[in-house]
Design a protein around this ligand. Sequence first.
Ligand SMILES: Cc1ncc(COP(=O)(O)O)c(C=O)c1O
Length: 424
Amino acid sequence: MTSHTSDSLFDRAKKVIPGGVNSPVRAFGSVGGRPYFAARAEGPYLWDVEGNQYIDFVQSYGPGIAGHAHPKIIEAVREAALYGTTYGAPTEREVLIAEEVVNRVPGVEMVRLVSSGTEAAMSAIRLARGASGRDKILKFAGHYHGHSDALLAAGGSGVANQGLSGCDGVTAGAVGDTIVAPWNVLPEITDDIAVVCVEALPANMGLVPAREGFLQELRKACDDAGALLLFDEVITGFRLARGGATEFFGVQPDVWCFGKVIGGGLPVGAFAANTEIMSHLAPLGGVYQAGTLSGNPLATAAGLATLELLDAGAYQQLEATAARLAGGMQEVLDASGLTAVVPRVGSLVGIFFTDTAPTNFDEASAAADNGIYPKLFHELLKRGVAWAPGAYEVLFPSLAHTDEVIDRTIEAVGEAATAVAGSL
Ligand SMILES: Cc1ncc(COP(=O)(O)O)c(C=O)c1O
């Protein structure tokens, strides 16, 4: 075990890693203070290098659906490692995981594995353009699809936290074919649009679900214009339901991207479609896409072990846990004197310090930037509860968050909120 402190490591990190972190939100820039450095994690808990224990609702921003270090996932990775960590040749587990996705997600016929959600979204866009012969893409403000150039326009999550509407280094040409539309307003879909990208349940500007009927209207508008519809299921995939947002909302897109849960905590992404669309991909077709570590043996072992845990009972448990958390939080927040709404869809829980749940990025930004979240975040950290260090993120309760852990969390939220309300 290390004798370093988070502070000493952060000082060293800042000298050799930009901002001291390998993903911007981890630097605590939008909540202030300095990050804790993680030493280990198990189930719902994470311990920092000083031995402080937190009930962790970050869960690596989504992969930890079974909680940290689930014994079955660890065993699968350990066993896989003994046979070699990467080959550059196809393996049985790649077939198994593709079959599992096809089996779970209505409409998916073929799957290509990559190593991150960013890569999945970037490749899915290229595929959609190649398959449709059209150039333009449409995305919604506040939806995050990873950090590839064309998709960085008006993103949520870390992009929103940095206050960046775009990004230095992304050329006008790279986003020249990207149209950004306001969320929850049916956009005009012209006949030069290849694909409409959507987080079917937006969870990178806080949790801002589609209004009733919106996804169905979007599906129809895409069909009318001959555009493809892409569900970015990097967060929702295998989380909202066995078949992700597609099953949960009963709307079927043409192209999917996945990440997080499908990798069980190892670097995996995937994109998928029907056989006709996927046949445009090399080596069958002219859309090139490749990866040295794609379908990596350890990552597919972790992903398969995770999916195996996710049966019907697991989804019922996740939903019940999230409902207990959201309901309990709303109650203690109301009692504290803070104005707050706690939206929940399936097992995802958001929080906004406003009286009405936001319905688009402008409303979400106004709520996220009102200064309450950072205060509550730090009060919670003091009480051993870790939320994400950014108001645009959501809470990821896992299968390891027992009722008792949830109740302790709710109690801490009540105390923290009372402390914040008293300081305003
Ligand atoms: C909806 C969505 N799409 C894509 C991504 C990018 O995934 P990754 O961070 O694995 O590149 C994320 C990451 O948070 C996401 O939430």
